[in-house]
Design a protein around this ligand. Structure first.
Ligand SMILES: Cc1cc2nc3c(=O)[nH]c(=O)nc-3n(C[C@H](O)[C@H](O)[C@H](O)COP(=O)(O)OP(=O)(O)OC[C@H]3O[C@@H](n4cnc5c(N)ncnc54)[C@H](O)[C@@H]3O)c2cc1C
Length: 429
């Protein structure tokens, strides 16, 4: 039985832990935050405005169910999503999505989902070390140096090290220094974000089964997304540039009041005032893409989730891909009968292609949003019309496949590229 040390007990780390424990592995998870089943405070970070709601598409749902987590328990963490609403000039254009499989995407309460994973990890006898920070990784000897909350340090030895420690991964940093020709790229977007939360979505007229998008009519200045989670609250990710007359660091209340009046005219003046106060108070967050040339080191260490391929949320797929990583890793263990020397290179081979495709699509979506104009809507209508008329030659709507299937990202990217050719032919570009 391999003793596996997972650095990072977030979403990817905890789901991977469950998969491994169910296969008889001895699993130890090192997590710098506290135990979410005891105290959620470090997971619901309202002040530094981390994203509170997160959308789980069918590929994420399948990965969770395949780990033995009952569907009803997962459904309780989220609201079912049946479509998207785009705000233009204060009016919403709703686009209902047609499910291609029997599963609907969910707008998840991230903290509730984290607790669900932790609950099932415990049931499967995963060992957690909360408030323990990984300081250093010795990839050759498969050991890590950890520090507990009292400041005491010690080394832990395993047979396999898994880095599920997010965008600023310590495991990835060790790979950078230990490996020859390790390529690494970190890109910051011109935009960053703040998350604003309002307690009662329904009272404000928002439907809980829609994902809302804002800023399509801002000429690329502003992109916003909002979703309701089961406690009834709605969280808005407000993406703006870091510089310029209207930016994430703007403290001028008049400028920001005009911004909220322009893009949220259907909300009352007092609600907009509440959003303005939160905006001024909260710190801004970066949006980042991370790419590494490999996700493994010999048969000693593996990167999963954001540690391998952190992606700005312009396609809403970072978590979904992270969860799918756990599922693919477990499937490869089964296929290769736990032979890590085969599983780890195969993981890199399969997932690198998918991660690159997903990041490229997210970047392309950002480019559309940040130079945004009515073409977006024309394209969506054109795609639907053409696919209906010419189903055998015109590719289907990519968004529907993205939300409702677990089709590989590189296939979706091919659809996107084909559609771009058709947009040229149809002069909607
Ligand atoms: C604004 C925003 C909106 C998003 N919306 C969506 C969405 O709608 N859908 C979607 O699929 N994705 C979305 N994402 C992306 C998603 O949040 C991430 O892809 C996902 O959280 C990745 O999970 P992870 O477990 O790999 O990493 P993380 O969630 O970052 O977890 C890493 C864990 O490792 C721990 N850790 C880090 N370093 C150490 C250390 N040295 N020692 C011990 N522990 C450590 C951390 O405390 C954390 O618990 C969004 C992201 C942002 C920023």
């Amino acid at each position: 039985m391999h003793k596996t040390i997972i650095i990072g007990g977030g979403l990817a780390g905890s789901l991977t832990a469950i998969y491994l424990a169910r296969r008889g592995y001895e699993v130890h998870v090192i997590e710098k935050r506290g135990d979410p089943l005891q105290d959620l405070s470090s997971y619901v970070d309202l002040v530094s405005s981390r994203a509170i709601g997160v959308s789980m598409t069918v590929r994420g749902i399948k990965a969770v169910l395949d780990a033995g987590i009952p569907r009803q328990e997962l459904d309780e963490c989220g609201e079912k999503i049946v479509g998207m609403a785009f705000s233009v000039g204060g009016k919403y254009r709703v686009r209902e999505l047609t499910p291609l499989e029997d599963l609907y995407p969910l707008s998840l309460n991230r903290a509730a989902f984290q607790r669900l994973l932790n609950k099932h990890a415990y049931l499967n006898k995963v060992n957690y070390y909360f408030e323990h920070k990984c300081l250093d990784v010795d990839l050759e000897n498969k050991s890590i140096l950890v520090q507990d909350k009292e400041g005491e340090t010690r080394r832990i030895q395993g047979d396999l090290i898994i880095g599920a420690d997010g965008a600023h991964s310590a495991v990835r940093q060790s790979m950078q220094s230990a490996m020859r020709r390790f390529e690494f790229q970190q890109t910051f977007f011109r935009h960053g974000y703040k998350t604003l939360v309002l307690p009662d979505a329904q009272a404000l007229g928002f439907r809980k089964d829609l994902l809302y998008f804002f800023g399509m009519d801002s000429g690329g200045l502003f992109a916003g997304r909002a979703a309701t989670i089961p406690d009834g609250s709605i969280s808005f990710a407000i993406c703006l540039p870091f510089t310029g007359p209207l930016s994430l660091v703007t403290q001028d209340k008049k400028v920001m009041a005009d911004f909220f009046s322009r893009y949220f005219p259907s909300l009352s003046a007092s609600v907009r005032q509440e959003m303005l106060e939160q905006f001024i108070e909260k710190p801004s967050n970066d949006l980042i893409n991370v790419r590494s040339s490999t996700f493994h080191y010999k048969s000693n260490a593996l990167l999963l989730g954001d540690a391998a391929h952190a992606t700005a949320p312009f396609l809403g797929q970072g978590m979904n891909m992270a969860l799918e990583d756990a599922y693919i890793f477990a499937s490869l263990l089964d296929t290769h009968k736990n032979a890590l020397e085969k599983v780890l290179p195969e993981f890199t081979k399969q997932r690198k292609v998918q991660a690159d495709a997903m990041q490229d699509m997210a970047r392309a979506n950002y480019d559309v949003l940040s130079s945004s104009n009515p073409i977006f809507f024309m394209r969506a209508r054109y795609t639907r019309y053409m696919h209906k008329k010419l189903p055998s030659i015109y590719p289907p709507d990519m968004a529907e496949k993205l939300y409702f299937t677990s089709a590989p990202y590189d296939e979706l990217q091919k659809i996107q590229k084909k559609q771009n050719v058709w947009y040229k032919l149809g002069r909607v570009n």
